[in-house]
Design a protein. Sequence first.
Length: 271
Amino acid sequence: MSTQSTVKVVTTHVLAEMKRRGEKISMLTAYDYSMARIVDAAGVDVILVGDSASNVMAGHETTLPITLDQMIYHGASVVRGVKRALVVVDLPFGSYQGNSKEALSSAIRIMKETAADAVKLEGGIEVLESVKRILSAGIPVMGHLGLTPQSIHKFGTYTVRAKEEAEAQKLIEDAHILEEAGCFATVLEKIPAALAEKVSKELVIPTIGIGAGGGTDGQVLVIHDMLGINQEFSPRFLRRYADLYSTMTEAVGHYIDDVKNRNFPNEKEQY
């Protein structure tokens, strides 16, 4: 059931209150005005303008190619369609790693040019300086730990992260580092459910899981995956809530048939 009637606008403060109450946080991606309007009207709490746009919107194999200008275009398009949800925009690969001044510049551009509510970046202690500098400008930051797709060439695989003790311990430490720095939430991607639950219980800030079990404070999925528009991607954690690929293919097929058979347009559909 939508919480739209009880919550006017979702803010970082509202998300913190939701965690304190034990109310789960719903988060989905969107990359354009029309989809954002639908997702927002349905009552989702957070909309992520993900760098996954590189995959589902542009057809790249990884998230690496998408640029800051392209993320700003997608972010501004989404914000124009949103009245209630908190909008978070991903800082793309190369716009913050290893250079905290560039990180701040990138975050400021996103906030000024999209009117979004927050930015998200991947990594723990490695990006701490960037996180602190962005936060010092008053820009809310969401963290992202576990499987960090921008580091795919370092990992070499999209398999589950933090199964080994050392990596699990580093993830826990990184989560606390991000919280202490001032992040308002963090995404935990593709890690063991027990580890995600442990981190979620230890942190005051909300955790948003994807492939991290039910013990996190919220969940996020890519909209094209959960609506069944994208059929190629079928990890264990994905639940398809619709089969829009089939619905849309069928509709387009009917349209083509009607045009070919001179059934469209009919007399009522012309001037």
